[in-house]
Structure formats: structure tokens, C-alpha cells
Design a protein around this ligand. Structure first.
Ligand code: ADP
Length: 164
């Protein structure tokens, strides 16, 4: 039997958007399991909206329909987290050219740290290329309608948090 292909999809996911969901579900075309890994950012990430625990809970609810998609959180190096889960694929989304430089640098550094890890870059469905978690946070906090950009479990928590 061939080995199970496990992919890790790391990010902040504050909150998960339909663009993230699209990438995670598409990744099942080449991975048997996808672990959405919420990164802890101890210092530099000041404008967070949801705690890591809240993000994990929301992601779990959004993917409750598919047991092949799991959620976890991690601190420390991504390569160490991947090793601990026996994952050798990392998925990242590329939306616009400005994503590229950072992703390219990270990919090469991760390869230095862990030569067996492959980074896979995915493009979302066209209608999601403009979407980012930070835009969703901003629009929601200004009272805008984000119901097209996030799934119901996320929308519910956004409304609670921002008293929309
Ligand atoms: P952001 O705050 O920009 O949404 P995250 O750190 O939560 O960023 O994103 C995790 C990964 O998902 C990154 O690789 C990012 O490029 C990707 N991503 C975010 N939004 C989208 C989208 N709408 N379409 C495709 N990939 C996306």
C-alpha cells in the first residue's frame, strides 16, 4: 500500500475565509489528509481578532463535513511541526505577485532546514484572489457585510465579537 500523503496548510487564519477553505479542499486532490495549522505569533502579531483556540474551533466547525481535513496549532518551526505529524507537503496560497517574494524566500529556507519537505503553491478560484483575512477583519470591524467571504461558523463569531 502506498504511504499516506499528509499536507500541512499553515497560516494565521484570523479568521478562516472562503479563500482558505478553497485552498484546503483543493489540496485533497494531491494529499490524502490536510492539517490546517494555526501558527502562534507570540509578539509581532498585535492586531489579532480571535485567539488561537477560537480559530481552531471555527476551523473545526467549517470542515466538520470532511474527516480528511484536520486542524491543529503550533508554535516554533513549521518544519518541526511537519516532522511531528509525518507530513512532507506544505501548502501555501498565492494570490497576487506581492505574495510571491516572501513565499519564495520561505520555501527555500524551509528546504534548507528540511530537504524532504515539498512546498506546493496553490491559486484559489478567481473570485477569491482579492480576499485576505486582514481585509475581512477590517470590513467587519467597520460594519460591512462579510457574509460572502466567510462560512457561517466564522460569521457567527464575527457578529458576536463585533456586535454586528
Ligand atoms: P491572510 O491573513 O493573508 O489571509 P494567512 O496567514 O491566514 O493570511 O494565510 C495562510 C495562507 O493562505 C497563505 O499562504 C496565504 O497566501 C493563503 N491565502 C490567504 N487567503 C487566500 C485566498 N483568498 N486565496 C488563496 N490563498 C489564500
Amino acid at each position: 500500500m502506498s504511504e499516506t500523503k499528509i499536507a500541512v496548510y499553515p497560516g494565521s487564519f484570523d479568521p478562516l475565509t472562503v479563500g482558505h477553505e478553497d485552498i484546503a479542499r483543493r489540496s485533497l486532490k494531491f494529499a490524502d489528509r490536510v492539517i490546517i495549522a494555526v501558527a502562534h505569533h507570540p509578539t509581532q502579531y498585535k492586531d489579532r481578532l480571535f485567539s488561537v483556540e477560537e480559530r481552531v474551533a471555527m476551523i473545526g466547525e467549517c470542515f466538520a463535513d470532511d474527516p480528511r481535513i484536520d486542524v491543529a496549532h503550533f508554535s516554533g518551526l513549521l518544519v518541526d511541526f511537519c516532522a511531528s505529524r509525518k507530513a512532507n507537503i506544505v501548502v501555501r496560497g498565492l494570490r497576487v505577485v506581492s505574495d510571491f517574494e516572501y513565499e519564495f524566500q520561505m520555501a527555500l529556507m524551509n528546504r534548507e532546514l528540511s530537504p524532504d519537505l515539498e512546498m506546493v503553491f496553490m491559486t484559489p478560484a478567481g473570485e477569491y484572489t482579492f480576499l485576505s483575512a486582514s481585509l475581512v477583519r477590517e470590513i467587519a470591524s467597520l460594519g460591512g457585510d462579510v457574509s460572502r467571504f466567510v462560512s457561517p461558523p466564522v460569521l457567527r463569531r464575527l457578529k458576536e465579537r463585533l456586535r454586528m
